[in-house]
Every structure is written in structure tokens, then in C-alpha cells.
Ligand binder design. Sequence first.
Ligand code: PLP
Length: 395
Amino acid sequence: MASIAEKYGTPCYVYSRAIIESNFKAYSAAFGKRRHRICYAVKANGNLAILDVLARLGSAFDIVSGGELDRVGAAGGNQQTVTFAGVGKTRAELEKALKADIACFNIESIEELQLLAQVAEALGRKAPVALRVNPDVDADTHPYIATGLNENKFGIPMADAMDVYRQIAALPSLRVAGVACHIGSQLTALTPIIDAAKRVMKLVKSLHREHIEVDHVDVGGGLGIVYDDESPPAIQAYVEALCQIIDPCYRIVIEPGRSLVGAAGALLSRVQYLKQTPQKTFVICDAAMTELIRPALYQAYHDVLPVTASIEEHVVDVVGPVCESGDFLARDRKLGVSGGDLIALMDCGAYGFVMASNYNARPRPAEVLIDRDKFHLARERETSPQLYATEYRLT
Ligand SMILES: *Cc1c(COP(=O)(O)O)cnc(C)c1O
């Protein structure tokens, strides 16, 4: 970490190729001979080097925008393995994905279905679709990342699903490919996942009775990781549970994001100042909510490890330079660092860089992939002029 800081500067995201590969292999080993497709959720971390690592392992991809489809292609991924999720796909995005011949459109509303049918007909194509149904289960996670309750904007209510499938089966420009759900992220218990899969299988059986056949059952992503003291199911236990619920005649599709890349990333930062106030001690570092918004947005916990330590441990808040009191990275932690020391915020490989912003005119950080004994620069640090290169003064 110290040599990366030396070579590439801070703040800097650092990823481990080995950890990503070992997580992917854990999924594929757990499936064994079961027919399956692992669609990495690009939104967790869309860096081309990360996508490249996964594409080389044979990963498929789950996307939520046309931009992510472009990224998959640019990284050498196979666009024909792509599943396209999201409640607001535009006409242009549907066209782009149809032309790329993606594997499945996960449809979230009747209006979207109608638009897709129209666009597919105009292009002379048959669009493969799965309905994303809302199983109405409580995923027991942070409310911002729970998606499987009837009150959420996601999916089609289970009660309407049969009827919508009948409409799909009757439309010549659509083809029933599967059924999908995704109940949320950072799930740390199997029960809601199992409940959702069971409800989805009930629907699959009702469809079968009406001779509407799906090829795959997509249970989404969401498997949690250990940030603090959580105890999420192991990848193997999760996959085994799915294999038990979903009949072997169906291909199991999963869309893991966080559980593949979350633990494979750290945010490396240099301490600028130690600031003592009557109430608190602040470690002010060169990373901020602009690099890692998860603590501010989700009250998320990230371990902070000293790369170098120079003073005795005491309780501090780790904060950035951004002009917001919400700009904190960690609170009430025991650390022995002062100006000049390096710290690593752990488990930042998912929903870290992808959520970075340029607030306060802060260039986004560099990203480095550790690949065996080499450092691979996965993204250059942005420069300040790049941030306003597409702006115009008055003429
Ligand atoms: C975000 C998302 C995922 C990935 O979730 P993780 O918690 O990162 O595994 C998968 N599928 C859909 C539809 C999503 O929105």
C-alpha cells in the first residue's frame, strides 16, 4: 500500500484480482454441474479492468443502463450474456440492447413491456424477456437498498404476473425467457432469499400449468459481505439453498455484485491533519464522501486500518475535506495516526468508486489493480482541467 501511494498518489482505490477470482470461482464451484449463469452486476464496480478479470473467467453481466452495456463491450465482455435490469430503460437503451442481442430484458412495468414490444417489432427482432416480480419479502437490510417490498418502485406485483406473462406470450415480438426477482442488497440472512425464491417458483409452476415455459429463474444479487460484525451466508450455502428450491430443469441465474468485488477493494488515503476540538479528535484525510459516499448515504461501516501509524491509539472520527458535516468516513474508531500517515478503508470494492462525485471540484481518484506481483493502473487520477473541459464560458 505504501508503494502504491508513492507511485500513484492518494486517495486511490486498490483492488485485488486474486480476491475477485476466488469469489467468482466459489460461485461457479458451488453450482457444479447445475445449469447456471453468473451475471456480475456491473453497477457495483464498472472499471474495465474489473470487468476484464470477470469476463476472462467466463462471467456474464447484469446491467442497469446503456452505458454499462458499452462498458461490458469495451472490456471484452460478451454482450450476448447480458441481463438488463432497471425501472426506467429508455427507448434508446432498449434499441441499443436489442441490437447487441443481449440475453434477457428484465421487465419492471407494463408500459416498459409495451415499449420493448414496439421497439423490437420495428427492428424485426424477438426480445427475450423475464418479468421482474416483486415477491413482497422484507430483506432486512438498509431501507435504501431493500427492493423486494410492495412499497418499493421495483418489479411487478406477484398478483399481476400471470396476466402479464399471458400478454407476453401473445406478443410476436417478445419471447418468454425467464422470471426474475431481486429483493435487495447486503442481505445477511438466507431466509428472505429462500422465501423470495419459493414465491418465484410458485409462479413458475403456475406458468407451466398454462404452458408458458420459462428457461431460467433469476434470483438477482444481494448476498452480503462482512464489513463489521455481520455474518452473511457463505457463497456455497447460498448457492446450495437456491439449487434446492429451483427445479433442475431451470437454469439458475444470479446477479452478484458486492459479494464478488466488495472485499476485493480498499480506499487508500493519506492523513492531512489531526484536529482536536473540545468534544472530538478528527483525523482529516485526503479521501472524502466524494470518493466513498457509503458512510454518509447508508450509515455504512468500513474498517479503517493504519498502513503506517505514528502515535498512540486514541478514539477519532475519520473525515474528509468536503464542506459538509455529512462528510465522514468512520466514527469513533481507535487509531494511532497523524499527519502524513496512510490509512486504508477496507471493503470498498463495491459501490465505492462508481458512486464517486466531483463535488467541491475534486478530481476522482486513481484505481489500481494488484495482479500477482504487479500493479496495474486501472484508471488514471482525473485532473482538474478535465472536470471543466466540456464547459463553456460566455461568448
Ligand atoms: C444492484 C443489483 C444487483 C447487485 O446487487 P449486489 O447487492 O451488489 O449483489 C443485482 N441485480 C439487480 C437488479 C440490482 O439492482
